[in-house]
Design a binder for this molecule. Structure first.
Ligand code: SF4
Length: 214
């Protein structure tokens, strides 16, 4: 059984997959406490649902793209089984993980979107660094949520140290919602000349920051 907060169809809002129709499976629970977390409602509650029932609901939505997210989708060991079953059934599977749990046993067919927690998140010490060495340049993406200039400096340091520009399919720089001036961040990125991708959370611009299940 899995603890599931919500299951819905929408469009993918972040990453290089943004804008694509996508079914989301949002699992309950996260061991981290990022200060700017926008999904605290996943920390508790949720419904106990069997993997078979999750799969049948996913089928009813009719999207080939499925994102398993949270909370922290890898915090429940059954999350790994769900991802494998989705891959077995031919879905294109994205896993958006906060980077605390090892991705070592993740089904290799799944595509990883891996967060690196910057200092302003308060969770920098939770980063599981071997996950960065497992990223695959043809599939996996790495995301830095940046809340201030120090976070941007930190992101550049980690990008260089782990050679992420060649080691990952994309390096995503995402502004912490409401905490950073978008023009300033765009300026830092453009003047750096780094081949990273500034991304906005599309779903928040469409449905608002507080909307759930969209
Ligand atoms: S890892 Fe994600 S869900 Fe967990 S506290 Fe941080 S932002 Fe929230």
């Amino acid at each position: 059984m899995l603890r599931v907060t919500e299951l819905f169809r929408s469009i993918q809002g972040e990453s290089t997959h943004a804008g694509r129709p996508c079914t989301f499976v949002r699992l309950t629970g996260c061991p981290m406490r990022c200060v700017w977390c926008d999904s605290e409602y996943t920390f508790a509650g949720g419904e106990h649902v069997s993997i078979d029932d999750v799969l049948s609901q996913v089928h009813t939505f009719g999207c080939n793209l499925v994102e398993v997210t949270g909370g922290e989708p890898l915090a429940q060991k059954e999350g790994f089984q769900l991802i494998r079953r989705l891959c077995d059934e031919g879905f294109e599977v994205l896993v958006e993980t906060g980077g605390y749990v090892s991705t070592e046993n993740l089904d290799e067919r799944a595509k990883v979107i891996l967060d690196v927690k910057c200092p302003a998140s308060g969770e920098e010490s939770s980063n599981h660094w071997p996950n960065l060495e497992r990223l695959r340049s043809d599939k996996d993406e790495v995301k830095f949520v940046v809340a201030d200039r120090d976070d941007w400096e930190y992101a550049q340091e980690i990008i260089a140290r782990y050679q992420l520009l060649t080691g990952a399919r994309a390096v995503l720089i995402s502004p912490a919602w409401g905490l950073i001036d978008l023009e300033a961040l765009a300026g830092w990125i453009s003047s750096s000349g780094l081949d990273v991708r500034m991304q906005l959370q599309l779903h928040k611009y469409i449905w608002g920051a507080e909307a759930r299940g969209v």
